[in-house]
Structure formats: structure tokens, C-alpha cells
Design a binder for this molecule. Structure first.
Ligand code: 4UU
Length: 570
């Protein structure tokens, strides 16, 4: 639409580390009077200068401990896992890894040891950062993935009992102290253009099908999305009265997921915001922090919004008048929930964004003076979209659903060591390289006249539980190890709180003799033991005679899903 500003050129010659820390790139933080990170629980602050210095020292210490040369090997020889709750030091950990020309692979903090070990193995991680509450899982996973104990590091966080730090495991403070006296690292040898297309992060996503895969996110992808968002928002702020406030942001969403990684660490620091870090969701801590730090921008996911609406009485005990805008994404925010929130907090601008790991975050987002509840707003500058029928025909009319394909400088490099999946998801069309989102959308004209994207359904296999990805293929592989399961398929079912939860259809093996209700709970408990808690079969287990499959043997989950929905509507 015409109001969306054009995208300034996305630099090809700068790496993400310099983009964040080098003042010549027009970065705001050093001009900002705000501290980039504040620990919401303790009030501990890190200044811009402090952040830069800590990152530099940490990079020197890491190079020393891991015996890594900045310009030796490729980025994939220097992969480091980050398995942590949010702390004010996680951005510095990521950027220190990038300063070594390495790759950070952030892992979901609720993973169990097996799940983490899978990611560490798949990414080829050589070292691991963690926090005390996750240390046991981290050490077990490191062992499974062949990472030596000496290469596991601990980031301190509030509430730690210092006596519990094992003596043989280095903490972040020890590393930073050590880095103080180590010599400067050599300059990053950066090949202009090519270097910017080097991988910075391996974030895991199952994409359109199969198991989680490492998405190769380049330095330039992250830079591009921060520039896109900043450009888009500056226009919006002009449109809403030229407000030029700096944001004080709620930094609650995990920095291990693309949403938190880009929007909280990178966008926040680039813009000179102050991010108030909380390690995990606790309504009281959130409300307390909003009041105490006068937070004006909340980045949330729908389940948290639901709890804000439902806990209205509790919220009224706090002064939340600083809040100007809330952003929601990672799963659909229904029209009803958005309207309920607007009723409770009429002064808050509610803005829905839509994004994916493979597009290095935000694709489209709504603006506050153009409320169109349920929509995900307009495409960010630099995005081109196409809507396609299953047969590959382009849809150009409004209101006709089809799969969304997008092109942008944020489209990632592909899946790590997975040519087949890369080819399926990233496709070359006549005007460039597009990413198939696997989401069904319609374009619609909003009351304001702007063109908006509505995410209407999901074509791909993915299940979204509280915004977290659950890959049906992963649960199916797990279920097949259960003696009572001969065949199975997993689909999403709607859930009031979590958005979606997984449900399994199971063909019983002939040896299964127990009563169905015993078997159901037995199977559910099995998954609960093997997998992280959000992957549990909360949608239930249903026995069927045969799993519908295509002639080539692909599970037709969509048939099961549509049948299940039809049954619930009856
Ligand atoms: C309906 O969830 C994400 C990224 C989310 C994000 C980040 C910054 C949203 C807004 C923002 O500002 O990534 P993934 O890879 O974990 O999951 C991607 C999938 C999408 O393909 C879609 O199916 O998550 C679903 N999804 C949404 N669905 C993401 N956002 C939305 C949304 N409505 N607003």
C-alpha cells in the first residue's frame, strides 16, 4: 500500500556485530540515554558502553578457552549452543560468538536432554552456554552430543545460589574477567557481500513438514528485518502525531525463538530502546515490571493476552498507564480476544504481527491507527507477496484464500545440511527467490483503505502450542516406539488457552490388550516422559482403523484435521 515507506538500502558489507556496535552504521543506542538491558527482577542495568565492553571481553575469553581463531575455518566450525532462560547477558553471548565469526544456535529452554542433544548434534555445536536452573539438562545433553564439560559455560541469573556453581564450570563473570587481560582479537576478515550472507544463527523450525531443521539465518537477514521494522514504525509514528519516544520494552519472550531473538535483542538494541528482561512468564512479575519501569511497549503472544484479559481484577491493582502499544504474534490472535482486550485497556494500541523463522521474523504487522481486529496488517517495506492456489496458479483478487509466498532480503539461506527441504520451501520464481510460508491467507481492503493480510488457516503440518512449534512428525516418530502403536498421525486441535494442542490418531497394534482408556493415558504418559511438556498430547488420543495416506505414503493429516473439526462443530 502507498503509505508504506520504501526500504532504505540494506547494507551488504557489514556484519551483525558491527551493525550493532559500530557507531558509523547509524545505530541509536550510543545516542540513547537509556540502558539497553535491565534485569526486571533485580534492577541490575547494563549500559551501552558496558554492553560493548562486556561483549568484547567475552569474545576474547571464548577465543582463548575454545582455541578458536577469528579467521580460521568456516562459521560452521564454530557453532555454539545457547540453552538459557532470558538474562541480560544473552545478547552479549550471541554477539561474542559472532565476533569470532561463529554461529549461535539458540535452543528452547523447556527442551529435555534428548531434544537439546538433537539440536546440538544437528548443528554441530562445539560449546554450550546455559544457566543454573537448566545446568543438569545441559550437561546431560552436552555429554550425549560429545561436548566436553569444560566447554559448557554458565550465565549467572537472579535467584542463583552461588554455592551451587560447580567449580569446574566457568561462569560468564569469570570469562569476562579473564577477557579483560587478554589481547585484542584480530580484525574480522569479512568478504563484502559474501560475508553478509554468512550464517549468524541456526534457529530450529520444522518448516512445512518433517522434523525440526536448522534455519540458516544470515547476518544480513537480521539486519534487514531490523531496518524494515524501524522504517515501517517511523512512518507509523509520524502518522500518529510525530511521537518520537524511545521504547521501554517488556523483554519477556524467549530470546531462543526468532520473535524474541530479533525483536527483543536486535531491534531493541539497534533502536536504542531499553529492554526489561524477565526470565519467564509470571503475571505478577510482568505487572510489577510495567509499573516500576514504566514500560510502554509489550511484545506478547496470544496466551499471555488471554491471561491479561482474564485477570482484569489483578491488573487493576497496578499502574499500567505507561503502556502505549502491545504487539502480538507467533499464533493467531482472534478478533474476540482482541476486542476483549480493547475493552479492558482502551488506550492500548493492539498490533498483530505475522512472521516465521524462515523469513527471519516479521512479514507484516498492523499499525495502531488502523485497527482491523484479526488482521495481521500490511507487508513491511521490502516484502513482495504472492498468493497461490495448490496448483500453483496466482490469485490476484481480494478475499480469495491461497498459500502466501514472500520475497524479501530477510528470506533465509535455507535449511542446514538439508538440500531437499530447502528446495521445497525456497523457490525461484520469475522475479526472484520466494519462501513458501505454508500459511493460508487472504488479502483484504481494510476500512482505512489499506491492504491487509489475514492469516486464515495453516496448510503445513506445524502445530503451534502457546506460540512454540511442535512438529507432528516428531511426535509420530516418538509414538511409533510405543508397543501399542502400529501406526499414527498427529494433528493440531483448537484450545482456549494454548491456541492449539496436539492430538494423536492411533492404529492399535494387535498385541495391545488393555482397555482403550488405559491405553490412552498410557500413551499420553509415554509422550509426556519422552518430550518437553508443551508437546504433550493434550488434545487426546483417538483410535482409528487406518491412517489416511497418499499413494506415495505421505500421511494426509489435513483429512483427519478437517474430520475432527467437523465432528466438534456437530
Ligand atoms: C497466525 O512464530 C514465529 C514468528 C512470529 C512472529 C515474530 C515477530 C510474529 C510477529 C512478530 O512481530 O515463527 P515460527 O517459525 O515459530 O512459526 C511460524 C508460524 C507461521 O507460519 C504461522 O503458521 O507461526 C504461525 N504464526 C501466525 N499465525 C505466526 N504469527 C502468526 C499470526 N497469526 N500473527
Amino acid at each position: 500500500p502507498s503509505w508504506v515507506p520504501t526500504l532504505p538500502e540494506v547494507p551488504d558489507t557489514v556484519n551483525l556485530f558491527d551493525f550493532i556496535f559500530d557507531e558509523q552504521h547509524g545505530r541509536a543506542p550510543f545516542a540513547s540515554s537509556l540502558d539497553p538491558y535491565v534485569d526486571g527482577l533485580t534492577g541490575t542495568r547494563i549500559s551501552s558502553r558496558g554492553l560493548k565492553e562486556r561483549t568484547a571481553r567475552l569474545a576474547r575469553a571464548l577465543a582463548h578457552e575454545l582455541d578458536w581463531g577469528v579467521n580460521e575455518g568456516t562459521e560452521f566450525d564454530k557453532v555454539v549452543g545457547v540453552f538459557a532462560l532470558n538474562t541480560i547477558d544473552i545478547p552479549a553471548v550471541n554477539w561474542a560468538i559472532l565476533r569470532l565469526n561463529g554461529v549461535s544456535t539458540p535452543a528452547n529452554a523447556v527442551y529435555n536432554a534428548e531434544e537439546l542433544a538433537n539440536q546440538l548434534r544437528s548443528s554441530g555445536a562445539q560449546a554450550l552456554f546455559t544457566v543454573l536452573p537448566l545446568l543438569e539438562v545441559a550437561l546431560r545433553a552436552a555429554e550425549l552430543a560429545g561436548i566436553q564439560r569444560a566447554r559448557v559455560f554458565l550465565c549467572e541469573m537472579p535467584g542463583d545460589n552461588n554455592d551451587s556453581y560447580p567449580r569446574d564450570i566457568m561462569t560468564l563473570s569469570q570469562l569476562i574477567e579473564k577477557g579483560k587481560s587478554l589481547p585484542e582479537l584480530e580484525e574480522l576478515r569479512w568478504i563484502p557481500g559474501q560475508g553478509a550472507r554468512q550464517t549468524a544463527f541456526l534457529c530450529y523450525s520444522s518448516g512445512t513438514s518433517g522434523l525440526p531443521k536448522g534455519v540458516m539465518i544470515s547476518h544480513r537477514n537480521v539486519i534487514a528485518n531490523t531496518i524494515q521494522i524501524t522504517t515501517y514504525e517511523s512512518k507509523m509514528r509520524e502518522a500518529t502525531g510525530g511521537r518520537n519516544y524511545r521504547d521501554i520494552v517488556l523483554g519477556l519472550l524467549p530470546q531462543s525463538h526468532i520473535y524474541g531473538l530479533v525483536v527483543i535483542s536486535h531491534l531493541g538494541t539497534y533502536r536504542g530502546d531499553s529492554v526489561i528482561i524477565l526470565p519467564k512468564f509470571d503475571l505478577g512479575d510482568c505487572l510489577e515490571s510495567i509499573q516500576r519501569y514504566k514500560i510502554n511497549t509489550l511484545y506478547l503472544v496470544p496466551p499471555i493476552i488471554i491471561s491479561l484479559v482474564k485477570s482484569r481484577d489483578r491488573c487493576e491493582k497496578y499502574d499500567l498507564s505507561s503502556v502505549k502499544a502491545i504487539f502480538t504474534g507467533a499464533a493467531p490472535l482472534g478478533k474476540e480476544t482482541a476486542e476483549a482486550l480493547k475493552q479492558v485497556y482502551p488506550s492500548w494500541a493492539i498490533r498483530q504481527g505475522y512472521g516465521t523463522t524462515e523469513t527471519c521474523t516479521v512479514v507484516c504487522s498492523s499499525i495502531s491507527d488502523d485497527i482491523d481486529f484479526g488482521s495481521s496488517g500490511s507487508l513491511l517495506p521490502g516484502y513482495t507477496a504472492r498468493v497461490m492456489t495448490p496448483k500453483g496458479q496466482e490469485i490476484t483478487e481480494y478475499d480469495r484464500p491461497g498459500e502466501l509466498l514472500v520475497r524479501s532480503p530477510t528470506i533465509t539461506l535455507g535449511y542446514f545440511k538439508n538440500e531437499a527441504a530447502t528446495k521445497e520451501t525456497f523457490v525461484e520464481l520469475n522475479d526472484g527467490r520466494y519462501m513458501r510460508t505454508g500459511d493460508e491467507v487472504v488479502f483484504r481492503r481494510a476500512p482505512s483503505g489499506n491492504e491487509h493480510v489475514w492469516i486464515v488457516d495453516r496448510i503445513k503440518e506445524l502445530i503451534k502450542v502457546k506460540g512454540h512449534q511442535v512438529a507432528p512428525a516428531e511426535l509420530e516418530a516418538c509414538l511409533l516406539n510405543h508397543p501399542a502403536v502400529a501406526d499414527c498421525a498427529v494433528i493440531p486441535v483448537q484450545d482456549d488457552r494454548a491456541g492449539e494442542v496436539p492430538k494423536a490418531f492411533v492404529v492399535k497394534s494387535p498385541s495391545a490388550k488393555d482397555h482403550d482408556h488405559v491405553l490412552v493415558s498410557n500413551i499420553q504418559q509415554y509422550v509426556a516422559k519422552e518430550k518437553a511438556h508443551y508437546k504433550q498430547l493434550r488434545g487426546g488420543v483417538e483410535f482409528i482403523d487406518v491412517i489416511p495416506k497418499s499413494p506415495s505414503g505421505k500421511i494426509l493429516r489435513r483429512i483427519l484435521r478437517d474430520q475432527d473439526r467437523a465432528k466438534k462443530r456437530q
